[in-house]
Design a protein. Structure first.
Length: 121
């Protein structure tokens, strides 16, 4: 059984996004936990849907982030690390609104999900 690297990348970015939402809800503004969950779910769904629609209309759809034959370590593996660094920000700066970090991490998650969807087609 071969494990698809783009799917692993999307899964690890999703887990890091969940960690970011949880740390933002616990260490950030406590009344914004529902807001962070709605932002993460809504933005990722909208990003994937709109990107799918745009790629269907494109002349040549972009290739997946991690190609089928991996020569070296892809730069795309940095994305989960960036989202994990975002998850550490509410711990060091408690009580602040980190909705912008959640939005950025959600777009990065949508990017990796769309890359995994390109491989599955």
């Amino acid at each position: 059984m071969k494990i698809e690297p783009n799917l692993v990348l999307a899964f690890s970015t999703g887990m890091a996004l969940i960690l970011l939402v949880l740390t933002a809800g616990v260490f950030g503004r406590p009344d914004f936990l529902v807001r962070y969950v709605l932002i993460a779910a809504g933005f990722s769904a909208c990003y994937v849907a709109m990107n799918t629609w745009i790629e269907r209309r494109a002349a040549a759809p972009p290739p997946p982030m991690i190609p089928a034959r991996i020569v070296g370590v892809p730069i795309a593996m940095v994305i989960p690390m960036v989202v994990l660094v975002f998850a550490a920000v509410p711990v060091f700066l408690p009580g602040r609104d980190v909705a912008l970090l959640v939005i950025i991490a959600t777009v990065l998650f949508g990017l990796t999900v769309r890359s995994a969807m390109r491989v599955r087609q």
